[in-house]
Design a protein around this ligand. Structure first.
Ligand code: ADP
Ligand code: MG
Length: 237
């Protein structure tokens, strides 16, 4: 059944508010990923929902994409680990969100994942509670992230356009770090030294570690000293 083909008696979606322009979301907090940003914009300007799932290692900007999507009108953000079926379904009935944003969907219990199947395929949500049933139809885009796909239902996966993010190379890592710290006023030479120390000395691929050191260090000597100190207190393997 298509969204244009509503059965008699099913309430139609809430009247559209001013249609969110895809240009409203510019993803300007995210460095790089121009192709992914373009795909999101294409999805947002599609007549029919196109759901997108970002899969990838930690600190690869997946949550940043979700935060950008939260800027859209009528968006609803939920963490896979915090969702409860009734909570999410109540919300869908009450607020009729146009964009459902689920961070770390792999932590969503299987029964909640099942509830999404119909929403994503037909827009229909139905619930049987206290011998009463209620159903409605929504036009909702689902954007989600996951660290892996093992804990996800195969039929759910197949409803998404799935993009697998790769671990950053050192060059990507350094470029993002320099851009990001530059926004906070950290000079390029210090930012470059930080990214090198984090990658080689601390053996971390998490840009958050660069951000922390960027806030502490005022000089190249500081960078060396902080990296050495953090390395001295690193968890022993
Ligand atoms: N491409 C990027 N552009 C800007 N910041 C980034 C990028 N990749 C990683 N970061 C930094 O890394 C942090 C972690 O990103 P996040 O979206 O939370 O990762 P994930 O959800 O994939 O674990 C961000 O807060 C940001 O500081
Ligand atoms: Mg995340």
């Amino acid at each position: 059944m298509s969204f244009d083909d509503l059965p008699v008696g099913v309430e139609e979606s809430a009247p559209e508010q001013t249609k969110p322009e895809s240009s409203q979301v510019v993803f300007d907090s995210i460095i790089g990923y121009d192709d992914v940003k373009r795909l999101f914009r294409m999805s947002l300007s599609s007549q029919m929902p196109v759901h997108i799932l970002l899969v990838g290692p930690p600190a690869s900007a997946k949550t940043l994409f979700m935060l950008e999507c939260m800027k859209l009108e009528r968006s609803f953000f939920t963490l896979g680990s915090h969702s409860t079926k009734s909570g999410m379904i109540d919300y869908l009935f009450d607020k009729r969100p146009r964009y459902l944003i689920i961070d770390e969907i792999e932590h969503m219990p299987m029964k909640d994942q099942t509830a999404l199947l119909s929403l994503m395929e037909t827009g229909i949500i139905a619930e049987a509670k206290f011998q009463k049933t209620r159903n409605t139809q929504l036009k909702t885009w689902v954007f989600a992230t996951s660290n892996g796909t093992d804990r996800m239902l195969t039929p759910l996966l197949s409803r998404f356009v799935v993009l697998h993010f790769k671990q950053y190379s050192f060059d990507n890592f350094q470029e993002i770090c320099t851009h990001l710290l530059g926004r906070d006023g950290v000079p390029a030479d210090i930012a470059a030294a930080i990214s090198e120390a984090v990658w080689t000395k601390l053996k971390s691929k998490d840009i958050r570690d660069c951000v922390k050191i960027g806030r502490l260090a005022k000089s190249l000597q500081d960078v060396d000293w902080i990296a050495q100190t953090l390395s001295n207190y690193k968890k022993q393997k």
